[in-house]
Design a protein around this ligand. Structure first.
Ligand code: ADP
Ligand code: ASP
Ligand code: MG
Length: 439
C-alpha cells in the first residue's frame, strides 16, 4: 500500500480538489493524507489568537468570514444538491463548534481544537467529492489512531495497533482518506504535529503500515537545491539519502516538516516528493543511500537564538559541559549547533519558551549572552573527512557576511553556519551562485 499526502496548495481551491481525482483513483490501494486548504490553518491560528486576547468580536468576525469562504467552496465544488447540502451542513457544524468555544475560557487545548477544523473539513470535502462522482472511498479519522506521547513524539505502538484495526475494518476499500497534522496527545486531547505536520503524519502512517512508498504531493516538482522563495534558478535534486533530506528538512527546507524523514528512515520506506500540477515529473526520491556530490542543496532555518556561556578557566574543569547540557535538558529544549573555545561555549536553540529560565540556571556557571533573529544555513553535500579541501567555495560565497558560528565535522553530509537573519537572502543567493553555477 502507498501513502499519498496532499498539502494545502493541492487542495487550495475547488479546481485543485478536482485535480486530485485522477491522481488517487487509479487501481492500487492507498491512504490519502490531507492538509487543510491553504490559508485555513493560518486563519484558524489568528482566530485562536484573537480569542486568547479576549478580542471576541474580531474573533467572531474572522470566524464568520472563514465560514463564508467554505460555503463558497462548497457551492463551487459540488454540482448536486445532496452533496452540496452535506458540505454546507458540515461547514456549519465545524464553525458552530468554534463559536461555541468562544463562550468558554481560552486554553491551549481549545486552540488545538480550533486548528483541527481545517483538516477535518478538507478531508470530508474530498470524500464527498469522490462520492458525488461515484468513486468509492472511506474516511478514517486520524483522531482514532494518531497519537503523541508526553514528549510530543509519535506513540508508534498505539498508532500501529489502532491504525491497523481501523484498516482491517475497511480492508476492501481502495481509497482511504485521513487527516494530516491532527492527533491526540498522551491525555487523549486533540493536539497536532506542529505547523506543516501533515508530511509527518504521512511518514508516521507509512512507517506504521510498512508502506511501499510515501508520496508527498505539493506545488513544486521536488526538493530544490536552494530555497525557491528567495533564490532564482534553483534546480531539483533528483535523489537524496534519508540523512541528507533529514538535515535539509530540519534546517529549514519548508517542503518537508522538520521531523518527517525520521519515520521513513526507521522503516526504510522510500519518500517521493511530487508536483500535483505536473504529475508526470518524477520529482525527488529519498531513499537510504545516494551518490555523494560536493554540494547538493542549501536550506535556511530562521528564528534561531544563540546562547553564549563565558567562564574563564571552567572549560578545563570536569563536568562543565554536563552542567550546560543539564540546564537545557531540564527545560526540554533541544540544542541545534554548538561550538566551544577555551573560555566559552556557544550554542543555538529554536524554542524560546524557557529561555529566561535556562539563562538564569546557567547564570551560576558563567556570564550569559543571548542573541535573537539568527539563521542557520545548512549546506548538504560531501563533508566526509576524505573530502579534498575544506569547502572553500562556501567561505568565498560568505566573504562579505559576518559568520557567527560554524559547525563542521559533526556530520558527513552537512555543514552549518550561523548568521544574522538580516543577511540570509544575500547569503543564500551568494551560495547559490558559488555552489551551483549555471550550466
Ligand atoms: P504544502 O502546502 O504542499 O505542504 P509547503 O508550502 O509546506 O507545501 O511546501 C512547499 C513549498 O516549500 C514550495 O512551494 C517552496 O516555496 C518551499 N520550499 C522551501 N525550500 C524548498 C526547497 N529546497 N525545495 C522545494 N521547495 C522549497
Ligand atoms: N494545515 C497544517 C499547517 O498549515 C498542516 C500542514 O499543512 O501540513 O501547518
Ligand atoms: Mg507543508
Amino acid at each position: 500500500m502507498n501513502v499519498f499526502k496532499f498539502g494545502g496548495t493541492s487542495v487550495a481551491s475547488p479546481e485543485r480538489f478536482r485535480v486530485l481525482i485522477p491522481l488517487i483513483s487509479e487501481d492500487t490501494q492507498k491512504i490519502v493524507v490531507l492538509s487543510a486548504m491553504a490559508g485555513t490553518t493560518n486563519a484558524l491560528e489568528e482566530i485562536s489568537r484573537l480569542f486568547a486576547m479576549d478580542e471576541s468580536e474580531e474573533a467572531l468576525a474572522k470566524t464568520e468570514a472563514l465560514r463564508g469562504e467554505y460555503h463558497q467552496v462548497a457551492d463551487e465544488l459540488f454540482s448536486s444538491l445532496t452533496w452540496g447540502e452535506k458540505a454546507h451542513d458540515l461547514t456549519d457544524e465545524h464553525f458552530n463548534y468554534i463559536t461555541a468555544l468562544f463562550s468558554r475560557e481560552h486554553s491551549r487545548h481549545n486552540e488545538k481544537r480550533i486548528l483541527a477544523r481545517g483538516e477535518l473539513l478538507s478531508s470530508a470535502f474530498l470524500h464527498f467529492l469522490l462520492s458525488e462522482q461515484g468513486i468509492a472511498s472511506v474516511l478514517v479519522p486520524a483522531l482514532n489512531f494518531m497519537r503523541i506521547d508526553k514528549d510530543g513524539q509519535p506513540d508508534y505502538f498505539y498508532i500501529r495497533e489502532n491504525l491497523n484495526r481501523e484498516l482491517a475494518a475497511v480492508r476492501d476499500e481502495k481509497i482511504i482518506i485521513t487527516q494530516g497534522f491532527i492527533c491526540r496527545n498522551a491525555y487523549g486531547e486533540t493536539d497536532n504535529l506542529r505547523r506543516g505536520g501533515s508530511d509527518y503524519s504521512a511518514t508516521i502512517i507509512g512507517a506504521a503500515i510498512g508502506a511501499e512508498e510515501v508520496q508527498i504531493w505539493t506545488d513544486i516538482s521536488g526538493l530544490h537545491n536552494n530555497d525557491p522563495r528567495y533564490v532564482e534558478n534553483t534546480r531539483v535534486v533528483r535523489q537524496l539519502s534519508y540523512d541528507e533530506a533529514a538535515e535539509l528538512a530540519y534546517f529549514g527546507a519548508k517542503i518537508l516538516h522538520p521531523s518527517s524523514i525520521n519515520p521513513a528512515r526507521l522503516k526504510n520506506i522510500p519518500v517521493r516528493l511530487k508536483n500535483t500540477m505536473e504529475p508526470s515529473d518524477e520529482g525527488t526520491l529519498i531513499v537510504s543511500g545516494s551518490t555523494p556530490e560536493d554540494y547538493k542543496a542549501v536550506a535556511a532555518k530562521d528564528a534561531v537564538i544563540s546562547v553564549r556561556i563565558r567562564s574563564a578557566g571552567m572549560l578545563m574543569a570536569y563536568g562543565f559541559m554536563r552542567r550546560i547540557f543539564e540546564a537545557f535538558e531540564a527545560f526540554k529544549t533541544p540544542i541545534d549547533m554548538i561550538t566551544t573555545s577555551e573560555v566559552s561555549v556557544s550554542l543555538t536553540i529554536d524554542d524560546p519558551t524557557w529561555l529566561s529560565e535556562i539563562v538564569s540556571t546557567l547564570g551560576s556557571i558563567g556570564t550569559i549572552e543571548t542573541e535573537k533573529d539568527q539563521t542557520i544555513i545548512c549546506i548538504v553535500g560531501d563533508f566526509r573527512p576524505s573530502r579534498e579541501g575544506s569547502a572553500p567555495e562556501i567561505f568565498e560565497a560568505l566573504n562579505e557576511i559576518p559568520v557567527k558560528m560554524i559547525s563542521y565535522g559533526g556530520s558527513d553530509n552537512s555543514m552549518s553556519i550561523l548568521i544574522n537573519t538580516s543577511d540570509k537572502v544575500v547569503a543564500l543567493r551568494s551560495l547559490s551562485s558559488k555552489l551551483f553555477p549555471e550550466e
